[in-house]
Design a protein around this ligand. Structure first.
Ligand code: CMC
Length: 430
């Protein structure tokens, strides 16, 4: 049954169609609002605005539910692999055996980047932030693989560019790390799977082969799976907005990497560890920092806490917390930062400020401790988030360009500046 909502203003009433999602969420379709009324809506931060309909990811923030293509994240984290989950979000179904093999082999086959691109790495200062390099390199793929950048790609072309991007981003990330420590680049191995190969390219060197520990690989793989997609967040909206102008996938994803970099988004995992370290170095007084986070005169926030959508718990954080303990036990590491994190979480969850605002640990709260234990340097943390998020960005870009109602993204504004005034020549200005 078609439902409508009524909007009354200025003495007249208009009807707005109600759109209902498959899980029962409702939205008002205001796409004709301005045409029919002259009004627009104002919604800073887009908390109440749906920019699209999407069949990729479902989140119920109140209940702490996250599903990709209908499958709960808990099942994917336990039973799937990163490559299989990537296939699922991009294709809307789990792959058959031969499809999964085709995907996996594609990631190995296309993992090399053009030799000329390697010279770019030399041009960056050694302490350049890896997210800057990653974004620039992903955009540069458009220069070296122009065959993939079509305004209206076919299904096969989309499949190929998706494989190219996921294959190459792993190589670029590992090269970025090698550049930062001044070691030669390590080529991928054909016999290793996606995550194990990444660790090999990061940590092997011409004189020492990195010993792959399947348990640690599985922990990192779980982290990648937990980051695969998260509906219309800041970076994903960026992919869609940039892509809506028909910019190619490499350019769209490069912009998303920049959006992800910020400390309120994917850069938070780095900031969490920096915060825990700061608390540790300052004597470990957790109460002092909780008070600081609550103080409206201080800009300090508990990094890794709070979420725009989750208002109960972040299911990814629960899964990561378990992984975190396993990894530290396995590696025989006792990290005092984990003790501080646990204390911080316990105290914050009992504190009225955090309870009233429904602020819970998010995905970034524990992930950094795992990355640190595995030997990944701080600045690389958001890069790992970006590798994990790649399938989601690709799936969202694909869904957007394939949508029959895709239009260029172009929000409006309410102008609050000066009314018309005349130009004043320099000599008359005071
Ligand atoms: N520490 C202290 N207070 C907080 C925090 C925090 N981490 N997060 C929100 N608040 C307070 C905020 O000051 C506000 O208080 P009041 O109502 O008194 O003004 C209230 O809670 C609502 O916050 P908001 O900033 O309006 O919420 P938002 O939905 O705009 O922001 C957020 C969400 C994630 C940016 C924010 O919670 C935050 O800055 N968290 C820390 C950074 C972080 O961990 N980011 C990673 C997010 S998860 C990974 C991803 O997908 O990006």
């Amino acid at each position: 049954m078609d439902e409508n909502a009524k909007l009354s203003f200025d003495g007249k009433t208009i009807e707005l169609p109600i759109i209902t999602g498959t899980e029962g969420e409702k939205g008002l379709d205001i796409s004709k609002l301005r045409k029919e009324t002259g009004y627009i809506t104002v919604d800073p931060g887009f908390s109440n605005t749906g920019s699209c309909t999407s069949a990729i990811t479902y989140i119920d923030g109140e209940k702490g539910i996250l599903r990709h293509r209908g499958i709960p994240i808990e099942q994917l984290a336990e039973k799937s692999t990163f490559v299989e989950t990537a296939y699922l979000v991009i294709h809307d179904r789990l792959p058959l055996k031969e499809e999964l093999e085709f995907y996996s082999k594609g990631f190995t086959k296309h993992s090399m980047i053009h030799e000329d691109m390697k010279t770019f790495f030399r041009g960056y200062p050694q302490n350049a932030h890896p997210m800057a390099i990653l974004s620039a390199m992903v955009c540069s793929l458009s220069c070296y693989y122009p065959e993939f950048i079509k305004a209206e790609p076919t299904d096969d072309e989309i499949e190929n560019i998706a494989i190219e991007l996921m294959a190459k981003v792993r190589t670029i990330a590992a090269y970025t790390y090698k550049k930062s420590i001044g070691e030669p680049f390590v080529y991928p191995r054909a016999d290793l799977r996606y995550v194990a190969n990444f660790m090999h390219m990061m940590f092997s060197s011409p004189v020492k082969e990195y010993k792959i520990d399947p348990e640690i690989v599985k922990a990192l793989e779980t982290l990648f799976i937990l980051h695969v997609d998260h509906e219309q967040n800041c970076s994903t909206s960026t992919v869609r907005l940039v892509g809506s102008s028909r910019a190619n996938l490499f350019a769209s994803v490069s912009s998303a990497i920049c959006a992800l970099w910020g400390p309120l988004h994917g850069g938070a995992n780095q900031k969490v560890v920096e915060m825990l370290q700061r608390i540790h170095d300052d004597g470990g007084d957790v109460d002092k920092y909780i008070a600081k986070a609550k103080d409206k005169n201080s800009s300090f926030r508990l990094m890794g806490f709070g979420h725009r959508v989750y208002k109960n718990f972040d299911p990814r954080a629960l899964l990561i917390k378990d992984q975190c303990k396993m990894v530290l036990d396995r590696l025989g590491i006792h990290d005092p930062l984990l003790d501080i994190a646990v204390k911080l979480q316990e105290k914050a969850l009992k504190d009225d400020y955090f309870k009233e605002r429904k602020l819970y640990p998010n995905v970034d709260f524990y992930s950094g401790i795992i990355y640190k234990a595995v030997g990944i340097p701080l600045a690389m943390f958001p890069v790992l988030f970006a590798i994990g998020r790649m399938p989601g960005w690709i799936a969202q870009w694909k869904e957007m360009i394939e949508s029959p109602c895709a239009r260029i993204g172009r929000p409006r504004q309410i102008y609050t500046g000066e009314n018309k005034r005349d130009y004043i020549p320099m000599e008359k200005r005071s």
